[in-house]
Design a protein around this ligand. Structure first.
Ligand code: NAD
Length: 455
């Protein structure tokens, strides 16, 4: 496996400056949207093969994101890419200062499997909008989706501009040996560290969209029914295989029993079963076995039904879990929800702070003081108040982690910035030359400088 030829071709193409033209970028985005519209049904078929994901789920949580990102980029690109004026400091007057936005060059995008279309194509779209060339390496785990994306891109775009490389660890390892101008990675924290180390060898800037355990904190004053509805939907969407799903619940002791009852009722109402399209499979046997081993029968409040042959795990709620149980070590990434009660908010805040910084955090409360205290004291990527997961659908909000949950962010303008360099320029006219900065240095000149700089 040697990818240097294709990277060299992309670099050569990038250096022709064609991708810097806004008209070129917009044309490519429109072409991509048209192709996607034509092939949408192939995308639904492929993902159904991979993990029984329905058209509804796929449209709502994948395809609509892709269209939204394309539409936003097409509409906003002229504004985002425009040269921006900056103020000029006194010492440089008369002069103009401005910032030019430029693409970074040849980008590598590495996708994760859980939302295989969205997590691969949205960063690719963003990179195109910013004027780059892209090599995309989708996850190899959902193989049918990888094939359908590869044929959409590789059959319709020249590889000197856009190219999908399929494969797993060996292919990604070979790609990571090459020099890129940007690497955008979505996946686990463990692999994120491998990517970061490889990028460091070439001083390549990275965006790392990683995972972690995202808590939902619930206080006693909430509307229990509505909270349960939002929690159940956000947790069991994609059978819990969502990086920003609430990983575990911390609920104020007084309402624990009522919340558990409401969660259970809501699971029944949503009718999650293998036979209907409301629920998906676990992606593979490895993950199925990992998740099955996390279900402690003695702590199971509801669910816990598993079927290895269909890779089905019913929505499962665990109670009497303590923060140092096995299930509280790593990200669950499946349909198992531990509910832990608390009576001392400060204690749980310090326990969350002692863990890696979460990708998301959710607060369900009507209490403004508690809300602001949590927002102020705990560092996390992003989140929602009285809801979960939905913040990702608003591409006016930057999306990304912090600390162990990631570096950098994207969606909408944040993504455009992530794939751009901002070149700062000071432009001076001829004809006016204050001499006090030049030698020979004198006391008088020093006094002048002090006066101008104001110190
Ligand atoms: P993963 O890290 O196993 O794989 C991600 C990508 O890295 C894949 O394309 C894979 O082929 C490649 N890869 C795997 N092992 C590698 C290695 N040793 N060397 C080089 N490349 C390697 O992650 P995953 O299982 O696909 O996804 C699940 C994880 O991703 C979870 O932790 C989840 O929270 C996280 N995630 C984060 C986001 C986000 O936006 N922050 C979104 C989705 C998933």
């Amino acid at each position: 496996m040697n990818y240097s030829k294709i990277i060299n071709e992309q670099r050569k193409f990038f250096n022709t400056n064609q991708t810097k033209e806004l008209s070129f970028r917009i044309e490519q985005l429109k072409k991509l949207k048209k192709l996607l519209k034509e092939k949408e049904s192939d995308f639904y078929e492929a993902i159904y093969k991979d993990f029984k994901k329905s058209e509804f789920d796929t449209y709502a949580a994948e395809i609509s994101f892709i269209y939204d990102e394309i539409n936003t980029a097409i509409k906003k690109l002229p504004k985002w890419a425009k040269r921006k004026r900056n103020r000029t400091n006194m010492a440089n007057l008369p002069a103009k200062s401005y910032t030019i936005t430029e693409p970074l060059g040849v980008c590598l995008v590495i996708g994760a499997w859980n939302y295989p279309y969205q997590l691969s194509l949205v960063p690719m779209i963003t990179a195109i909008a910013a004027g780059n060339t892209v090599i995309l390496k989708p996850s190899e785990i959902p193989s049918a989706t990888s094939i359908v994306m590869t044929s959409l891109i590789n059959d319709n775009f020249p590889s000197k501009f856009l190219c999908i490389v399929e494969g797993g660890i060996p292919e990604t390892t070979a790609l990571l040996k090459e020099k890129f101008d940007k690497i955008f990675f979505t996946g686990s924290t463990v692999v994120g560290k491998i990517v970061y180390q490889a990028a460091a060898k070439h001083l390549t800037p990275v965006t790392l969209e990683l995972g972690g355990k995202s808590p939902a904190i619930i206080t006693k004053d909430i509307n229990i029914k509505e909270t349960a509805k939002r929690i159940v939907w956000s947790k069991f969407l994609n059978a819990g295989q969502t990086c920003i799903a609430p990983d575990y619940i911390l609920v104020e002791k007084e309402i624990e029993i009522d919340l558990l009852k409401a969660l259970k009722e809501q699971i029944t109402t949503f009718d999650y079963s293998f036979e209907n399209d409301n629920y998906v499979q676990i992606i593979n046997t490895k993950n199925f076995n990992r998740l099955a081993s996390l279900i402690d029968k003695d702590k199971t409040y509801c669910g816990g039904v598993i079927n290895a042959s269909t890779r089905f795990i019913s929505p499962t709620i665990l109670t009497n879990v303590s923060l140092d149980n096995t299930i509280m070590k790593d990200e669950i990434f499946g349909p198992i929800l531990p509910v832990i009660s608390y009576s001392n908010l400060d204690e749980i805040i310090s326990k969350i702070k002692a863990r890696p910084k979460p990708l998301s955090l959710y607060i369900f409360t009507k209490n403004k003081t508690i809300r602001d205290k949590i927002l102020h004291e705990i560092s996390f990527g992003g989140g929602a108040i009285n809801d979960a997961v939905m913040h990702i659908t608003n591409n006016y909000l930057a999306f990304g982690g912090v600390g162990e949950s990631g570096i950098g962010s994207y969606h909408g303008e944040a993504g455009f910035k992530d794939f751009s360099h901002f070149k700062s320029i000071l432009q001076k006219p001829f004809g006016f030359e204050p001499n006090f900065k030049y030698p020979p240095y004198t006391k008088k000149k020093l006094d002048w400088i002090r006066k101008i700089l104001g110190n």
